[in-house]
Write a protein that binds this ligand. Structure first.
Ligand SMILES: [Zn+2]
Length: 175
């Protein structure tokens, strides 16, 4: 039996000098990058959390801790590939992903088609299943002062369930 599940992911990274800016696996021409242990791809991180959350899994920090040297400078597309494997082991099929990048600068619209392709490839889905939008924070708060970039993401998945949905799980309280 299959069930639809939805997940939500959020991530934020501050800008840092001397680092490349990587979003959705694409390097973007900008004078600053994002600070982080891995490549600090805030878009991939939010998508990974949305997918893990939809499957009832723990968050990205659990699977790829920033205290582990293995992930230093890692490409976050590799995180997405690993998340795909974690979900595939549960019989999960990805329906679609939608993400909103919140950045005062730079303009990311010219890169969106390429981001969709790279993310889709990492997750073994079609680019049409990946939505990416961008907005500014209307010059309000830390994001509005261009101190960093945040991303919100949702994911819809289809998961095969062992028990029919009308059977309450053992911890459920009947009222
Ligand atoms: Zn992150």
């Amino acid at each position: 039996m299959n069930a639809l599940r939805i997940g939500l992911g959020y991530d934020i990274h501050r800008f840092a000098q001397g680092r490349p800016l990587i979003l959705g696996g694409v390097e973007i021409a900008f004078e600053r990058g994002l600070e982080g242990h891995s490549d600090a791809d805030v878009l991939c991180h939010a998508i990974a959390d949305a997918l893990l959350g939809a499957a009832g899994e723990r968050d990205i920090g659990h699977y790829f801790p920033n205290t582990d040297d293995r992930w230093r400078g890692a490409s976050s597309l590799d995180f997405l590939r690993d998340v795909r494997s974690i979900l595939a082991a549960q019989g999960v099929r990805i329906g679609n992903i939608d993400a909103c990048v919140i950045a005062e600068a730079p303009k990311i619209a010219p890169y969106i088609a390429q981001m969709k392709e790279r993310i889709a490839l990492a997750l073994s889905i079609h680019p049409s299943q990946v939505g990416i939008k961008s907005t500014t924070n209307e010059q309000m708060g830390s994001l509005g002062r261009a101190e960093g970039i945040a991303t919100l993401a949702t994911a819809l998945i289809e998961i095969s369930t062992q028990t029919p949905s009308e059977t309450p799980w053992p911890g459920a309280r009947i009222v």
